[in-house]
Design a protein around this ligand. Structure first.
Ligand code: GDP
Ligand code: MG
Length: 166
């Protein structure tokens, strides 16, 4: 089994942190500053079961200038070329305009979308359910998976779910 997996989401939700944890090398630039990832960064994860080629994208957001416009195109173009899409959000922040804008970009895209609720290390488990239910009502996600990219919680589970869809 093998496939291309795009990681999308607002700036700072933890896309690069996730990719670095999975690949185990500092191949994507991590930073507190939004838009550090200026272009596509690919990471290949291989084990005895499968090969997964991850594509870290610049954060998708409403472009305010020419460079932003270019970065948006890079991000949205990958959505049609990949096998699976990981839509990553920060669980400590609710559904906002940024998420709404990204879901609009996903309209008409046939690729399965997995909602990855990142930074669960920062919320109490009791707070998770209402957040998950809110997201569930907004899009027909293939699966919803809470993780902590920073601490590694549930990352292995997420990989197992992805295998099933490859
Ligand atoms: P990106 O813009 O989506 O690529 O986000 P980054 O991977 O650069 O992460 C942005 C910030 O969030 C960094 O300071 C990370 O250390 C932090 N971060 C990423 N994942 C987690 C997580 O699971 N928990 C916590 N607490 N912080 C995280
Ligand atoms: Mg990044």
């Amino acid at each position: 089994k093998s496939g291309f997996i795009s990681i999308i989401g607002r700036p700072n939700v933890g896309k690069s942190t996730f990719l670095n944890r999975v690949i185990g090398q500092k191949i994507a630039i991590m930073s507190d500053k939004p838009q550090t990832t200026r272009n596509k960064v690919q990471g290949v994860y291989t084990d005895d079961r499968a090969q997964m080629i991850f594509i870290d994208t610049p954060g998708i957001h409403k472009p305010k200038h020419k460079l932003g416009d270019f970065m948006m195109k890079v991000a949205t173009n990958t959505l049609r070329e990949v096998d699976l899409i990981l839509f990553m959000v920060n669980v400590t922040e609710g559904f906002g305009k940024g998420e709404e804008f990204i879901l609009e970009q996903l309209e008409g895209v046939q690729t399965p979308v997995f909602l990855v609720l990142n930074k669960i290390d920062q919320v109490h488990p009791d707070q998770l359910l209402p957040i998950i239910q809110d997201y569930q009502s907004r899009y027909d996600f293939a699966e919803l998976i809470p993780i902590s990219a920073l601490e590694g919680n549930n990352v292995e589970t997420l990989l197992e779910v992805l295998y099933k869809y490859l």
